[in-house]
Ligand binder design. Structure first.
Ligand code: ATP
Ligand code: ZN
Length: 290
């Protein structure tokens, strides 16, 4: 296949984003080898080429046309300063950028940071937020182990990514304020989606992703019901044009099939039981188009 006609996706080589990023591609029925040693890989049954790189580099690669799209934390995109288009918010790797202070530090809001030294790996995001709040502080930029900086005396407090808070507590730090929320996103260059052939490949990929995603949020439901309660059942199940209703041998009963949102399942289940539904079966849906 002509190299030009493949969509190039940048994925984190090894880290918190890697596995879920590859899962998304796999769930779209795209086959490839990702053995963690090669930097570049080509899918065998879809015009997709992978670049496995450090997550910090992904926004730059996408901005510079080295990759067409990338899966990366929104924090890295914002910190890079590149204007990229978020094609999909993928929702995983959710975490927050928080201010954390050592014992004895009195924190009463961002103004308590005035004149302080704050260690962070996200100076662009942090300085933007401090500026918006009229706070002047000295930022100490470090690329890792931010949580040890107060102990070693190079900062008064920190601003770092937190998901559970365990790392902070282990280092004697107290999370006092979340200033920014992030999760993994798929990005492309602005204007890329008007870019003919490659944009069409991205559309195909997105259609597959959305189809899998739709299905995950829905359940297929099947139950038996006294025939005279069908209107009630249609109201409870809701959200669809018409449930499929099949007569049973005993003509006073029908079998009903429908699709419901997973997060409504228990309330639908209880309401259906209350109108006499029996034998309620619920099944996962593998793929579902609109
Ligand atoms: P690389 O070697 O690729 O540069 P890294 O160490 O910078 O990796 P990871 O620790 O794998 O990166 O984190 C990648 C992304 O995962 C972060 O940018 C962030 O969006 C997200 N993330 C989710 N939870 C956390 C957390 N508790 N701490 C840090 N990042 C998190
Ligand atoms: Zn990184």
């Amino acid at each position: 296949m002509d190299e030009q006609r493949r969509l190039r996706i940048a994925i984190q080589k090894s880290g918190r984003l890697s596995e879920k990023s590859l899962d998304i591609v796999h769930s779209c029925g795209i086959d490839f080898n990702a053995d963690g040693r090669v930097l570049r890989e080509v899918a065998s049954n879809f015009p997709l080429e992978f670049l496995f790189v450090r997550d910090d580099d992904i926004p730059t690669y996408v901005a510079d046309d080295v990759a067409d799209i990338g899966i990366v934390g929104r924090n890295e995109v914002d910190e890079s300063g590149y204007e990229l288009e978020v094609v999909r918010d993928l929702g995983f790797a959710a975490c927050r950028l928080s201010i954390a202070v050592p014992e004895g530090f009195r924190y009463e809001g961002l103004k308590s940071l005035e004149g302080r030294r704050i260690a962070t790996s996200y100076p662009r995001i942090l300085s933007g937020i401090l500026e918006d709040n009229g706070v002047k502080a000295t930022l100490v930029t470090v690329s890792g182990s931010v949580e040890i900086t107060p102990t070693v005396g190079i900062a008064d407090c920190i601003c770092d990514l937190v998901s559970t808070g365990t790392t902070l507590r282990m280092n004697g730090l107290r999370e006092v304020e979340a200033i920014y929320h992030t999760s993994a996103v798929m990005v492309c260059r602005p204007g890329f989606r008007q870019d003919g052939e490659k944009a069409a490949i991205l559309d195909r990929l997105l259609l597959r992703m959305d189809t899998v995603n739709n299905a995950r949020k829905k359940k297929y439901i099947l139950f038996n019901l006294p025939a005279d309660r069908i209107d009630d059942a249609a109201r409870i199940v809701g959200g669809m044009k018409s449930p499929t209703v099949t007569p049973l041998l005993d003509r006073s009963w029908v079998s009903v099939q429908s699709v419901i949102a997973e997060d409504r399942f228990w309330s639908v289940f209880e309401d259906l039981r209350a109108i006499g539904a029996e034998g309620i079966l619920v099944m996962p849906i593998e793929k579902m188009s609109d």
